[in-house]
Design a protein around this ligand. Structure first.
Ligand code: GLN
Length: 470
């Protein structure tokens, strides 16, 4: 779709001598030259380094069939993930001048597998948003329709892959930021079980929710990136101690597989065409569908934003003008803090810090934060009950297709409601994937979202791959 091969195709072609990494990088450079000034997918590009690395890869050996190997494969990285020696802006003025002192574990693993990092991609400031419009580096546009948003917050990663600025990308997903932009740009976005992928070197937004995930052209590519970056990490104590299970992407759907249709997500959906596009492949393939009801899903946006904002108020306290990036020198310490933060953060980040601080304050913490925590536990129980009836759960990824730029920027509530189908799995720590439906809606892609029980990441990828073949 973007004119570039997939990771799997490219790895094979490089190994066979049918492609050269330098040629692919040249192609990407051309695409960047054509589209980047309009789309604004990247915050920083490293094209000369990428070309040099591609030459080196071509001069060496392509390890035949040794998957997962990413030698010579160009990947883009969301700019809230640290790459040693490079800026990590989080699309915020407050990190002006900050250079990453180390590689994030996911970056270390990509580099060790031979991947070429093409650049750092644009995002909503500190990953807070659903449209990539809150970026201090300017909004990202959707390459499929330049009047529309690419989704967010990993909109730069999705847009870069969609226009051929990278073969695949990494994003981060706190409440939907990998899955929703993938859906808006016609790509695959995978959020693993909480604990599968290390967050060491991912700038914290809401630590009980943040996960890194791949945005790719195919499920197979998501599986390849996942197998490179997943697994235990002594630098992130929330990682699960076992290596992920091996995957077998046969394209076969095991007999008796049941898919649970998340009732509330479909009955609440206003655009029936999205419901039809999402359901059709399952009906066509004769996959057994059962209805499951998770009424608590309806409250997920309120609970997600309360919890995420509470964590924001604590996680973003470290940007004080002293330790990182930008400092506005004032006479007193307090004024230095106030002015650095006041000028460094954008409106959406400030809104979240304020609401989060309020929700945690004495007298309110039970009504807000603790209530949201109880909700979270109850939601997980509803998921458990649903998984008694079905192997995977189905919903649309988002209630709409890509919306117009500017449409929701003055209405934070409308923006937050874009997360209604992606927030629940994040709250319940479940693996969840968005794959593009075959039918478009007014020419725009709609995402099919599949959720699996915790730690069934490999089974989810296998199943999603089979559905993608349909
Ligand atoms: N759109 C959600 C939010 O605004 C999700 C963001 C994310 O996953 N980083 O918080």
């Amino acid at each position: 779709m973007n004119g570039l091969p997939t990771i799997a195709e490219l790895a094979f072609a490089l190994d066979q001598g049918d492609a050269k990494a330098v040629e692919v990088i040249a192609e990407i450079r051309k695409n960047i030259e054509t589209h980047e000034s309009d789309v604004n997918a990247y915050v920083n590009l490293y094209q000369n380094e990428a070309t040099a690395q591609a030459k080196e890869a071509d001069a060496g050996e392509y390890p035949a069939g040794k998957t997962p190997d990413l030698t010579g494969i160009p990947i883009a990285i969301k700019d809230n993930i640290c790459v040693r020696g490079w800026p990590c802006t989080c699309a915020s003025r407050i990190l002006n001048g900050f250079l990453s002192p180390y590689d994030a574990t996911v970056v270390k693993r990509l580099k060790a597998a031979g991947a070429i990092i093409v650049g750092k991609t644009n995002l909503d400031e500190f990953a807070m948003g659903a449209s990539s419009e809150t970026s201090a580096c300017g909004p990202v546009k959707n390459p499929l329709d330049m009047e529309r948003v690419p989704g967010g917050s990993s909109g730069g990663s999705a847009a870069a892959v969609a226009y051929g600025g990278a073969v695949a990308a990494l994003g981060s997903d706190t409440g939907g930021s990998v899955r929703q932009p993938a859906a808006f740009c016609g790509l695959v976005g995978f959020r693993p079980s909480y604990g599968r992928i290390s967050r060491y070197g991912l700038v914290a937004f809401a630590s009980s929710l943040d996960q890194v995930g791949p945005i790719t052209q195919t499920v197979e590519d998501a599986a390849i990136l996942y197998s490179v970056i997943a697994g235990p990490d002594p630098d992130d104590s929330t990682t699960y101690p076992q290596e992920p299970e091996e995957m077998d992407l046969t394209g076969q759907i095991p007999r008796g597989t049941k898919v649970g249709v998340m009732k509330e997500c479909f009955t609440d959906l206003q655009d029936r065409r999205i419901a039809d596009a999402v359901m059709r492949p399952f009906a066509d393939a004769g996959i057994e569908l059962v209805e499951v009801s998770l009424p608590l899903v309806r409250l997920s946006v309120a609970a997600y934003h309360l919890l995420a904002m509470s964590e924001v108020s604590s996680n973003l306290a470290r940007y004080d003008g002293i330790r990182y990036g930008r400092r506005v020198e004032k006479l007193g310490l307090k004024d230095t803090y106030f002015t650095s933060r006041g000028q460094g953060f954008g409106d959406e980040v400030k809104r979240r810090i304020l609401i989060g601080t309020f929700g945690l304050s004495e007298g309110y913490i039970d009504a807000y934060y603790n209530t949201a925590l109880r909700y979270r536990a109850a939601l997980a129980t509803q998921y458990e009950a649903a998984f008694e009836k079905a192997d995977f759960l189905l919903s649309p990824t988002a209630p709409t297709t890509a919306f117009k730029l500017g449409e929701r920027t003055n209405d934070p509530l409308a923006m937050y409601l874009s997360d209604v189908f992606t927030a629940p799995a994040a709250l319940a720590a479940l693996p969840c994937i968005s794959i593009p439906a075959k039918d478009t809606v007014d020419g725009l892609p709609a995402g099919i979202q599949l959720t699996a029980p915790r730690w069934k990441d490999s089974q989810l990828l296998e199943f999603a791959h089979a559905v993608e073949q349909i």
